[in-house]
Design a protein around this ligand. Structure first.
Ligand SMILES: [Zn+2]
Length: 425
């Protein structure tokens, strides 16, 4: 909380400086994403001397910076690289020393033992997306068609995660949660975030989606966005990183296609996408906190696990539901991984802030005609015909496909030498 107060003060000071007559907008206005914590650069020290220069640049090029935006902030020297705040490279943030010997890559991070209980000894964290409940409206993750049951994404995600928990436990995993139920994890509320919302708007929101509202409504809308996105996910990240420290986190979501013609209605979108962490954009890399998390995730080396688990889950969805892969080609914010057409690199708040491997499952589209009917059918026992096929209920089938993928991945790791430590380099 102290940090938040300091940050608010900083933002207001910067905002006032920016508004001074004749004063150029100060560079400090771009230091941090809204509600971000001040980076603790010393946390990168455990990665000192672990990667060769070749490995460092390879991870940047393939996974974290496919656009090639970060080198503008880097200066390589004899034995390392210095990361700068600015592209003029005048304000150094951190220097990383390189290893002289090539490290083993990809490191076997997770290994399986007992084939009957392939997840034994593993801690898996479930992060059902969004808050739901009383907050579903301001999260903009709910809709209703006619007199049908309202579709509330937070509730769907939670139900799938509860069934998934059982499946993972049966396979031997210890399951922990970022949150359960429909209460926010963060103690902050939208009303606490008005100063940040004003500052965010003064920064010009950096190309973010901003609706055409009155000034008051726009500030409130931004404060709500900072609450349910930045503050809520930051609070979950503190829980993951400081208390739970799982071997793998699964973020469970239902997807939503753009409304046809801008009006609430059904569409056709039987596709699937999973996200691994990466693909920072040039705009994001202007912020210190984004640079810090890129370095932390790059040194952590979670990418092989994220890709392996993601590809295995994608394959289960292909076999089970026949979903085609979603394409983000040309999106400017997601990048193909090359390991599976279902798995894309993307820099999302949760997979950026959570330590350790994170796989984002976007799941079925809630406003696809078939999926919508299946959701409306509820959690019935056994099977019944839905959209021309006999199916179990959507919650159980979704959970089963994810569990099957995770288990298949861990099984595939059997026989890999038990070099398990944790995800720290
Ligand atoms: Zn979602």
């Amino acid at each position: 909380m102290v940090r938040t107060v300091v940050r608010i003060f900083l933002w207001l000071t910067v905002a006032m400086m920016g508004a001074a007559p004749g004063g150029a907008a100060p560079a400090e206005a771009l230091l941090f994403s809204p509600v971000a914590e001040v980076p603790e650069w010393r946390l990168l020290d455990q990665g000192q001397g672990k990667l060769t220069r070749a490995e460092f640049t390879e991870r940047l090029r393939k996974t974290f910076d496919p656009e090639g935006a970060l080198p503008k902030y880097l200066l390589f020297d004899e034995g390392g690289v210095t990361l700068f705040r600015d592209t003029a490279r005048t304000i150094p943030l951190y220097r990383l020393k390189f290893a002289t010997q090539p490290p083993p890559w990809p490191a076997p991070v997770l290994t399986a033992g007992d084939p009957a209980r392939p997840l034994a000894g593993k801690t898996l964290c479930l992060d059902p997306g969004h808050i739901g409940g009383d907050w579903a409206d301001i999260e903009e993750r709910t809709f209703r068609i006619g007199r049908d049951q309202p579709v509330v994404e937070g509730a769907l995600n939670l139900r799938v995660s509860q069934i998934l928990e059982k499946r993972l436990q049966e396979a031997g995993a210890r399951v922990v949660w970022t949150h359960q139920g429909f209460q926010p994890t963060t103690p902050l509320r939208p009303a606490d975030l008005y100063p940040e919302a004003i500052e965010y708007l003064l920064q010009g929101s950096r190309g973010a989606r901003v609706p055409r509202f009155s000034a008051n409504r726009l500030i409130r809308w931004n404060a709500e966005l900072l609450f349910y996105r930045s503050a809520e996910i930051s609070a979950r990240a503190r829980r993951v990183n400081e208390e739970l420290q799982p071997d793998l986190t699964l973020c469970i979501h239902f997807n939503a296609a753009p409304w046809p013609g801008g009006r609430i209605g059904l569409t056709s979108a039987n596709k699937l996408v999973l996200f691994a962490h990466g693909a920072y954009t040039a705009g994001e890399l202007a912020f210190d906190d984004q640079k810090f998390r890129l370095m932390r995730k790059l040194l952590e080396g979670s990418t092989p696990v994220e890709l392996g688990v993601g590809a295995a889950i994608g394959e289960c969805f292909r076999q089970g539901w026949g979903f085609r892969p979603e394409s983000y080609a040309g999106s400017g914010y997601a990048h193909a991984t090359g390991v599976s057409p279902y798995v894309w690199y993307r820099n999302l708040i949760a997979n950026r802030l959570f330590d350790g491997p994170v796989v984002f499952v976007e799941g079925p589209y809630m406003n696809d005609r078939e999926m919508y009917r299946w959701i409306q059918a509820g959690e019935y026992p056994g099977t019944k015909p839905v959209a021309g096929r006999k199916r179990g209920n959507i919650f159980g089938e979704y959970a089963d496909l994810v569990a099957d993928g995770v288990i298949a991945y861990f099984r595939s790791q059997t026989g890999v030498p038990p070099a398990f430590t944790n995800y720290s380099p």
